[in-house]
Design a protein around this ligand. Sequence first.
Ligand code: 5AD
Ligand code: SF4
Length: 482
Amino acid sequence: MYHEIDLEKINLNSAPPTEEPDRQYYYMAKCREWVKNFQQKNGHLPKSFVVNMGCQMNARDSEKLAGILENMGYEKGDSEEADFVIYNTCTVRENANNKVYGRLGYLHGFKKKNPHMKIALCGCMMQEREVVEKLKKSYSFVDLIFGTHNIYKFAELLWEVLESGSRVIDVWEETDKIVEELPVERKYSFKSGVNIMFGCNNFCSYCIVPYVRGRERSRNPKDIIQEIEKLAEDGVVEIMLLGQNVNSYGKNLEEPISFAGLLEEVHKIQGIERIRFMTSHPKDLSDELIEVMKNSPKVCRHLHLPLQSGSTRILREMNRRYTKDQYLALVEKVRRAMPDISITTDIIVGFPGETEEDFLETLDVVKRVRFDSAFTFIYSKRTGTPAAAMEGQIPEDVVKDRFDRLLKEVQSIAAEKAMEHKGKVLPVLVEGINEQDDSLVTGRLSNNSVVHLPGGKDLIGTIQNVELTECKGFYYMGRIIS
Ligand code: 5AD
Ligand code: SF4
């Protein structure tokens, strides 16, 4: 694994290796020399700051960026007042992009004060041609731009910036490559995300992800298992298997394996106590998976199952490939197998052509399924997606009204559902000291709900039996039952 590679032993006078990941270690070593030089000249190490702006997949990528910077010798900063700042961007909705432009203005202020400062942008938003054009034209103070497909080349690209002092832009249209064994700096010592696949082949008509993340590529099961075994040895007890659509994992491998098959293998790994996964597409959720979940006490009792809309007509327009009834039947099947499972979802309101009747169908599903929680989104038009060209874009005031009605329903059901667990004794994985009150710690139930309880930092990373004494709507107060 990566930390067995000693950067000091790399011969920097030789030509860079052509094979990955060796090539990246070579550039990491080069950057490390640069960092040492910086320290000698300035009397302190350069500070780096990685900002994650996206989903769990982005968060995992950000940990890789941080791991590479750490290996180079950068000191980890805690604000944008740093010598190297990188934004790992999201582009799933338009407001994600606007946030980046806003924050870049703020960042420019720091750069004017610090001549050493380098600014980098990467992630999904950089895969959009118009974005890169705009950055080239109006944001000339950005030093490095790269995309999702070549993130593994970060060390090499940073070296180019440091050495040349000029701007580097490298965005690829696609890739079939997965580079293993790069350093990772985990945010938590006891839990970790693990990528099992990259990209998406579904082309939901509103979604930009397949265009910016490319086609589905599954990692080899062997590499995944090895990574998790290593994490378990390092003290990780909870892992989250990550992919845009984990239910279609393994289909493009030489020796195909199903997601359920992979889950069974992960279950066998000693030391791993909790397994989560994200995200499931309802059209691909198999009976085999339900069976494996049911039979594995390690698989958390939580299923995130994006609904998007409750109207069969809109679902067809969205290219979701299931109907309202099929979704309802699936939920019933899952609940029959695991009555205590928590089901959460994503819902979009204001998709082009959505009528009041369509919206009422969505509300109907919400009332029937009674989601434990739901992320609700206002439809955002993404250039290049089929939905952006559809007739019947919905006026803002109508969408806002639907959004408010949906949110109210979702929240009141979620609060009622949470009450059902009050008084139960359930295992909680303690994740950290409570941010408001340091006499408390905060953890999560298997179903992902948050619990606060009296305790100190010695509990972090342990699983405790906790009585849920109070339900505060979206979280619980509890106490340890020994
Ligand atoms: N507009 C609004 N929400 C979107 N999502 C994806 N694309 C869009 C869009 N164009 C939502 C979906 C998805 C979640 C991650 O983001 O609900 O499940
Ligand atoms: Fe987007 Fe649909 Fe793929 Fe999810 S499954 S990433 S919503 S295209």
